[in-house]
Write a protein that binds this ligand. Structure first.
Ligand code: NI
Length: 208
């Protein structure tokens, strides 16, 4: 093929390739989870494994070993959170209630990202308002940081901590941990109690 034809042809092919890749990347970034299923974190060995050593709202030490043998919903937040945490914890409580008559009890943990204010006593009053079996967890700043890291949860204190009403920005996923301590899936903020219940039920039944 003569060069004067080949050059423009190659240029057009390059442009087409770039456009194609851009389209593909945009599609990936806006893709919805397939079907009704929640995003699956990973199968088997690649799934993040929960790891933490914290104090519960009654002052007892809890580690990831205590999660073994049951399904556990885990959520990171803080008791002074104005709206996201109360909404999510209400959904978790409703999901726990609807799952109870089915048999295997599902546990739920609320890990604070604000250990400076969320002492075990503060957590106790807070979690009991949502569900009698919701467990509040706190610890040192380092323990909270390590726990969050193992779940890939993020948080950052916003504003001046000298101000008593400071806010903490945080990711708001609800994680589902399997009986072997591995993360099975996570629910984005705004997932209904009904959707969480359905997903947990499917996992407990081994259908997913
Ligand atoms: Ni919150």
């Amino acid at each position: 093929m003569p060069t004067r034809v080949l050059r423009p042809l190659l240029a057009w092919l390059a442009v087409a390739a770039v456009l194609g890749l851009t389209w593909f990347a945009l599609r990936l970034s806006t893709a919805e989870p397939v079907g009704a299923a929640m995003p699956t974190v990973a199968q088997h060995a690649a799934a993040p494994r929960a790891a933490f050593r914290l104090l519960d709202h009654r002052g007892r030490e809890v580690t990831e070993r205590d999660l073994r043998g049951a399904f556990t919903l885990v959520y990171f937040g803080y008791t002074s959170c104005p709206s996201v945490c109360p909404t999510t914890l209400t959904d978790i409580a409703v999901a726990m209630e609807s799952l109870e008559p089915d048999g295997p009890e599902v546990r739920a943990l609320f890990v604070t990202v604000d250990p400076a204010r969320d002492t075990p006593a503060t957590l106790a009053t807070y979690v009991e308002a949502f569900h009698p079996r919701l467990v509040g967890l706190t610890g040192s700043e380092a323990q909270i940081r390590d726990a969050a890291r193992s779940f890939r949860a993020h948080y950052r204190t916003a504003g001046d901590v000298e101000d008593a009403d400071y806010l903490v920005d945080h990711s708001a996923f609800v994680y589902l941990i399997g009986p072997d301590g591995r993360m099975l899936t996570y629910f984005p903020h705004g997932t209904s109690a009904k959707a969480m219940t359905a997903e947990v039920r499917a996992r407990v039944a081994g259908n997913r």
